[in-house]
Structures are given as C-alpha cells and as structure tokens.
Ligand binder design. Structure first.
Ligand SMILES: [Zn+2]
Length: 53
C-alpha cells in the first residue's frame, strides 16, 4: 500500500499520508510542504488507509 511520509498544503487544514489520495495529489507545488503541519489527517486518506489502499 502506497503510504508515504506526511505532507500538506499551506492552503488546507488537513494533512495527507496516502499517495492514492486525490486531494493530496492535487496540491500545487508552491503550496506543498512536508510533514503534517500540526493538522489532522484528511478524511480521504483516512478512508484509503482504512481500506488498506
Ligand atoms: Zn488525503
């Protein structure tokens, strides 16, 4: 399953850790930062992780 280290967008209130997450993949490069930024995990990632994707 394509887990990777957390990343987030400075324009969003959530972080991502699943490379299958559409929202996570659509972050524009200039807004992309490594780490969770102290934000909660995105719901889409949470669901993907739960499904083991
Ligand atoms: Zn996500």
């Amino acid at each position: 399953m394509p887990r990777k280290s957390p990343w987030h967008s400075i324009k969003s209130n959530v972080h991502h850790n699943n490379s299958a997450c559409n929202t996570g993949n659509n972050i524009e490069k200039e807004n992309l930062r490594q780490g969770d930024g102290g934000k909660p995990l995105c719901d889409e990632c949470k669901e993907l992780n739960r499904q083991g994707k």
